[in-house]
Design a protein around this ligand. Sequence first.
Ligand SMILES: [Zn+2]
Length: 257
Amino acid sequence: MLSRLRRYRTLQTLRHHGLPDHLWRKLRKNLYLLRTLGNREAVELRKLTTLLLHEKAIHGVRGLEMTLEMRAVIASQACLMILELDFGSFKGWKELIVYPGAFKVKRTVTDEYGIAHEQASALSGESWQDGPLILSWDDVERDSYKRHPGSHVIIHEFAHKLDALNGRVNGMPPLHPAMPIEKWSETLGAAYEHLQQQLLRGGQSINPYAATSPAEFFAVLSEYFFTAPAILKRYCDEVYKQLAAYYRQDPLSRTAP
Ligand SMILES: [Zn+2]
């Protein structure tokens, strides 16, 4: 009964709040991640985008006015990540806040001697567990219209939301039944350690921010997976395979724009 009700509500949302054709065409033309999708994928993505726009409150702060197009730019690229997952993957939170540019946050961090320090840093995005997701519009624009390999603030922050689904943001989202947890842990654990070693040696690597924690590792790898799959595959084929199994997508197989 519940699932029938949910299906009915979904159909009503799609029927009454569908994205206008001209806007969808514009997104597919301008957002490089959407250009290479096949027809089936594009139809599905449009549905998911509509549902996400309906379900989440996306609003600007500090005078930033969020038009439908701006909201759809965010929603469509976020939904690309769950194209082959369940829409419920983005459950458990309601609000997406968008700053015009990088935003400053003050945090208290405790050092190895137990002394607390106040730190201020400028962020391009942030994801609160069970809370809002925060983005900087400057960074969204920079990453959406032109490919910056390995950099995509929307994918990064939404990856944290997927990671948080099993209660902890630890670099492992809930895996599908056919995916052994040990295989994921071994593969990503080894790659994480390898990255730490590479950075110590001062060698070439992927974005060093990935070495901050296993959670950031998963978020940064997801950025590479969607924006620069060839680089990730070359960097570590086994990691690419694990992400392909989790997202149930193979971005490398999509033809180049
Ligand atoms: Zn992060």
